[in-house]
Design a protein around this ligand. Structure first.
Ligand SMILES: *[C@@H]1O[C@H](CO)[C@@H](O)[C@H](O)[C@H]1NC(C)=O
Ligand SMILES: *[C@@H]1O[C@H](CO)[C@@H](O)[C@H](O)[C@H]1NC(C)=O
Ligand SMILES: *[C@@H]1O[C@H](CO)[C@@H](O)[C@H](O)[C@H]1NC(C)=O
Ligand SMILES: *[C@@H]1O[C@H](CO)[C@@H](O)[C@H](O)[C@H]1NC(C)=O
Ligand SMILES: *[C@@H]1O[C@H](CO)[C@@H](O)[C@H](O)[C@H]1NC(C)=O
Length: 766
């Protein structure tokens, strides 16, 4: 959890807890989320909670309801044995039982990089901007951070129904006109792990972790001048929507984030009146009707609330995405134009560069230190990774140790080196990370270097038994090019649940991001780290998601009548996919041009998103049609949408016709005797554009990287005579056969000479 770097150790911890827990032989209870079909509620019940209760009493006397839900789903959550769950499932009125799923958290120059500061006049500092509320589901907030300063903000919007939950560690003055709501949801977590130990964790909205303070201040924190982390990244730290209000919903605890708590928080957020929901979490789920985040997001979307989620940190492998429902905005991560260089000088005089946020006493610049590769100084088979207690002190004492990245936290490796007597660390990337550099606040002098540099240094060690080196630090560098590049960790398409919908939707800054931090732990979150900071620099799609949440809040402030789909469309169709020189945005993992499976519609470009010209709008009916195209039964549709909806039996529903701002064209490989000869496939999609600008005529243009597919758009020109007018067009793809597994890409753009409304197209032959 926390930033992606710490996944490894957490997973290990979870594993240990699971093993420890399995020795109990009593009929074990688990938490279930029970979806009820409210249309079958007998009229004899005064309200639905009484009805839920009576259903529950038929299977379990002791069954205590954890939560009764009303907005996100009709139903409740409860701890039951497997037998009780089974008999409840057959109770009339019960739609489905979902076992509680554990989700995990997937981290100031961002506003300048995005072009927000130069154009702040475009985003009026008006009351409408401060009427927007961003709800952040995360680890809570550290209310004392300066980013929650409410100076200059007017009274809390009258429509706000939220609450500031007071407890021992959170008092009423913790909330103000910036942080207008703070709640916590722990019943599901405590059901699984037992009561929260308040000695180690605040049973309140207070953030003991840092992640939630970071994400919420990224989305909508107030401007703080002279912010920095130990002098790194000095400047003004501010959220994307600095006039919007923040409501914190703490759902993640030391052991994870449980769906029963997530649904309760989304239920509350909808009732409270948030306008945008920011969720930097993900779980492994196989379909929309098994995914509480997707189900909750549907209810939010139906109420006009945009839900922005992190794409996941499973990259650079393909099909590694989370949160892919088409009613969610799925955000991948790119880099900024900022770096924190560190230099490794070898005994040969050769000088290599890497990155670091080390701030302690530097190594003596004039002396060189013996160099050793951890793999040659350990007796464990993963010795190269510098796992706890794996280094042999006599072989590393007084030396700079090379550790490979992976498995345990990067900052942990430095601790292992220090504890074994090493003086410094060179953290080297392997295949999995390529040249991607993530800077950390290491506790010993450390430079993180890319794979090719790492390989060169290892070669030097093997060729010279007396190899030496030293490490120096270069502070903060701006203007790094090329930027952005797609982060190696950012999860990639194709969409693992519905390959016909392109995901991620777009990318935003997610590498080395400076934002507010908790006072409860140091910047590395290691127990041994006693430093305390107001701001921290961390990385992950957890950090890119709240950028988009904040930008969505900015758009909502200016266009209060736009639907979540319209806001997402504006963000997507104005995104950019190339640098100023016309070259495609790079993938840092491969060093090659990236594709829509890496960046979706491209990198967010907020100033253009404000005035997109046209939008691909969609609402509840469109998404119900999408579920029909997936052949969902009425019961499954009800689980996702909690609506009574029957797909029309005569109607042909097509996944490709969902009014989405991007396209995927699945194509079949010809399987005839000729083996991939000329059999052309024809695929036709329909889309509808809504004019959100002034009257204008738009013309189509296309660019394609492949001659294997011909694209025809009809009509080729669309004239809008007024605002809100809708026009429909069709795209016909005529594709020749390609070998299975081939992916090709193209792009169509509608332009009136002033606006460009761009959509990526991915062709995939299977
Ligand atoms: C609330 O908490 C803050 C910070 O911990 C403290 O300064 C303040 O005195 C507390 N106020 C009350 C009313 O307890
Ligand atoms: C070599 O290292 C020094 C710091 O010791 C640094 O200032 C310089 O830019 C480095 N040169 C290169 C080519 O990286
Ligand atoms: C160090 O380890 C590497 C990789 O495990 C190995 O190839 C190399 O021979 C070792 N070098 C020495 C000096 O033991
Ligand atoms: C190596 O192996 C020994 C014996 O198996 C073990 O006691 C020790 O902790 C291991 N690690 C080091 C660094 O020696
Ligand atoms: C839905 O069912 C139809 C008819 O059986 C089939 O052609 C189509 O491929 C199915 N769609 C999906 C997404 O499974």
């Amino acid at each position: 959890m926390k930033s992606f770097s710490r996944f490894g150790s957490l997973l290990l911890q979870m594993l240990l807890i699971a093993i420890a827990g399995s020795s109990f032989a009593v009929a074990e209870k688990k938490t279930y989320i029970v979806h009820m079909d409210k249309s079958t509620m007998p009229t004899s019940f005064a309200d639905h909670i009484e009805w839920y209760d009576s259903a529950l009493k038929t299977v379990s006397d002791s069954g205590d309801m954890l939560y009764a839900y009303t907005d996100v789903i009709h139903g409740f959550s409860v701890r039951l044995t497997a037998d009780e769950a089974k008999s409840l499932e057959s109770h009339p009125g019960v739609l489905t039982l979902l076992e509680d799923v554990k989700y995990e958290l997937h981290t100031t120059r961002t506003p300048e990089f995005l072009g927000l500061d130069a154009s702040s006049s475009l985003f009026p500092d008006s009351t409408t901007a401060s009427d927007v509320v961003v709800g952040v589901l995360d680890t809570g907030v550290w209310p004392e951070t300066k980013s929650f300063d409410d100076t200059g903000l007017g009274p809390v919007p009258g429509s706000w129904n939220g609450e500031c939950e007071v407890s021992k560690t959170f008092n009423s003055s913790s909330c103000n006109r910036k942080l207008i709501g703070a709640r916590f949801f722990s019943k599901g977590y405590e059901g699984a792990f037992g009561p929260i130990d308040e000695k180690t964790e605040s049973k309140s909205p207070r953030d003991d972790d840092g992640h939630g303070t970071h994400t919420s201040t990224t989305a909508a924190g107030s401007a703080v001048t002279d912010a920095s982390l130990f002098g790194y990244a000095t400047g003004t730290a501010r959220g994307m929507a600095r006039h919007a209000r923040i409501a914190a919903y703490k759902i993640c605890w030391q052991g994870g984030c449980f769906s029963s708590d997530i649904v309760a928080a989304m239920d509350a957020a909808i009732k409270d009146g948030v306008n945008v929901l920011s969720m930097s979490i993900g779980g492994s789920v196989t379909d929309y009707d098994r995914d509480s985040v997707a189900i909750g997001a549907f209810a939010a979307m139906a109420k006009g609330i945009l839900v922005s989620c992190s794409a996941g940190n499973g990259g650079p492998g393909t099909m590694t995405l989370s949160n892919v429902a088409p009613w969610i905005t799925t955000v991948g991560a790119g880099t900024l134009d900022r770096e924190f260089p560190a230099y490794v000088r070898l005994g040969t005089g050769k000088n290599f560069s890497g990155v670091s946020l080390y701030s302690g006493k530097p190594l003596s610049d004039s002396s060189m230190f013996p160099l050793v590769y951890a793999a040659n100084a350990s007796n464990s088979s993963y010795g190269n990774l510098c796992m706890t207690d794996s280094l042999i002190p006599s072989k590393v004492s007084g030396k700079i140790v090379i550790c490979d990245r992976g498995l345990n936290a990067r900052v942990q490796k430095g601790m292992v080196v220090r504890d074994a007597g090493g003086v410094g660390m060179i953290l080297t990337n392997t295949d999995a990370y390529g040249e991607e550099l993530v800077a950390d606040t290491h506790l010993i002098p450390t430079a993180a270097v890319g794979q090719s540099t790492g390989d060169a240094i290892k070669k030097y060690i093997n060729s010279d038994a007396k190899a030496t080196a030293t490490i120096t630090f270069g502070g903060t560098h701006l203007g790094v090019q090329p930027s952005p590049v797609v982060a190696a960790f950012s999860s990639r398409g194709p969409n693992p649940i519905t390959p016909d919908i392109l995901k991620p939707d777009l990318i935003a800054p997610g590498v080395n991001i400076l934002a507010g931090w908790t006072g409860a732990v140091g910047p590395t979150a290691l127990k041994e780290d006693t430093r305390r900071v107001s701001f921290n620099i961390i990385s992950g799609t957890s950090m890119s998601c709240p950028h988009v949440s904040g930008l969505a809040a900015l758009l909502k402030g200016v266009h209060s009548d736009w639907s979540p789909a319209a806001i997402k469309s504006a963000l997507m169709t104005t995104s950019y996919t190339t640098y100023k020189d016309g070259k495609t945005i790079q993938d840092i993992a491969s060093g090659r041009p990236s594709t829509p499976y890496d960046y979706g519609a491209g990198h967010v470009s907020p100033v253009s998103a404000l005035d997109p010209g046209l939008v691909y709008d969609a609402g509840v009916e469109d998404y119900l049609g999408f579920l029909c195209a997936l052949n969902y039964t009425s019961a499954r549709i009800k689980t996702v949408s909690h609506q009574d909806y029957t797909c029309e039996s005569g109607k042909k529903y097509s996944l490709g016709d969902l009014n989405y701002p991007s396209f995927v064209v699945p194509l079949q490989t010809a399987s005839g005797k000729g083996g991939g000869s000329s059999a052309a496939t024809v695929v036709k999609y329909t889309r509808t554009l809504t004019n959100v600008g002034t009257p204008a005529t738009y013309k189509i243009s296309m660019s394609s990287e492949t001659s294997a597919v011909k694209i025809r758009v009809e009509p080729e020109s669309l004239t809008f005579s007024k605002t809100d007018e809708k026009k429909t067009f069709t795209v016909t793809f005529t594709a020749s056969s390609m070998p299975s597994g081939t992916n090709e890409f193209a792009r169509i753009e509608w332009s009136d000479g002033k606006h460009i409304v761009g959509s990526p197209i991915a062709f995939s032959w299977t």
